[in-house]
Write a protein that binds this ligand. Structure first.
Ligand code: NAD
Length: 266
């Protein structure tokens, strides 16, 4: 039998496991093939949840993640769908129902950025970002709501961004879409509370993923100097908050935006 993890003896990710808080639940994580979404899917599986791994194009990464989830003893269902396309999301739901059953937790994580100064921003850059970041959240929530309404522990967790709270140069499209997610989360939390569905958002600050890898070194240094904790966040630090919001410990929390940003925006 595996030794229980402690601060002195953490698991291979350096974490203390707090138990299988999501045993028997099923989660859909959009944009789960890499970055924050991958860590969210893993953290949910480590806590006993089966996971639907949605992604757009990286088949290999998604299959690799499914193998790891399988090794953890949980079920994984890999499904490629563009969350911005309602027809594809509906197909994904049918496939999930057939192969796994109904889901209890929806994590709207898929997101993209197309950064440029507003004066140079083409309509396409605006529309693409809104298609994934906002329409994707609408489509998945609309389609999977039927499942959540039948669940005993329903949760919707939307991944927004610090940029939606404080704005950022060169990210008017991205910031607007992420601010939209906050308004959506708060409204839906009020609408769905009577059905027992908790709707929350997580607003990460600057997290070390592919999304940050294109940022030039001098800009990275400048950003770090603006973070009180003087470091970027890790995807697993966001994932742990998702597990918390998905767990029974968060039963009375809804409509909340949880900042995970090293103190950069308070
Ligand atoms: P990433 O680029 O590493 O991963 C994005 C994931 O989304 C990938 O799995 C990709 O396949 C998927 N995806 C993209 N378009 C999709 C679509 N149309 N349909 C389905 N899946 C799609 O990004 P990340 O840094 O892991 O970001 C994850 C989320 O966290 C995003 O919503 C992002 O806006 C948000 N966020 C990231 C940071 C950061 O600093 N990395 C900060 C704040 C918020």
């Amino acid at each position: 039998m595996q030794e229980p993890t402690t601060r002195e003896n953490p698991n291979e990710d350096g974490l203390v496991e707090t138990g299988r808080r999501l045993e028997g639940r099923r989660a859909v994580v959009t944009g789960a093939s890499r970055g924050i979404g991958r860590e969210i899917a893993l953290a949910l599986a480590r806590n006993g949840a089966d996971v639907v791994i949605n992604y757009r194009s990286s088949d290999e990464d998604a299959d690799d993640l499914a193998r790891v989830v399988d090794e953890l003893g949980e079920q994984a269902w890999v499904y490629s769908a563009d969350v911005g396309e309602m027809d594809q999301v509906k197909e994904m739901k049918r496939s999930v129902e057939k192969h796994m059953g109904k889901v209890d937790i929806l994590v709207n994580n898929a997101g993209i950025n197309r950064d440029t100064m507003f004066s140079k921003m083409e309509e396409d850059a605006w529309k693409e970002v809104f298609s994934v970041n906002m329409n994707g959240v609408f489509n998945c929530t609309k389609v999977f709501l039927e499942h959540l309404e039948q669940s005993t522990y329903p949760r919707i967790i939307n991944i927004t961004s610090i940029v939606g709270q404080m704005g950022n140069v060169g990210q008017a499209n991205y910031a607007a879409s992420k601010a939209g997610i906050i308004g959506f989360t708060k409204s839906l939390a009020k609408e769905l509370a009577r059905k027992g569905i908790n709707v929350n958002a997580i607003a990460p600050g600057f997290i070390e993923t592919d999304m940050l890898s294109g940022v030039p070194d001098e800009v990275r240094k400048k950003i770090v100097s603006l973070i009180p904790m003087r470091r970027f966040g890790k995807p697993e630090e966001v994932a742990r908050a998702v597990v918390f919001l998905a767990s029974d410990d968060a039963d009375y929390i809804t409509g909340h935006v949880l900042n995970i940003n090293g103190g950069m925006y308070l």
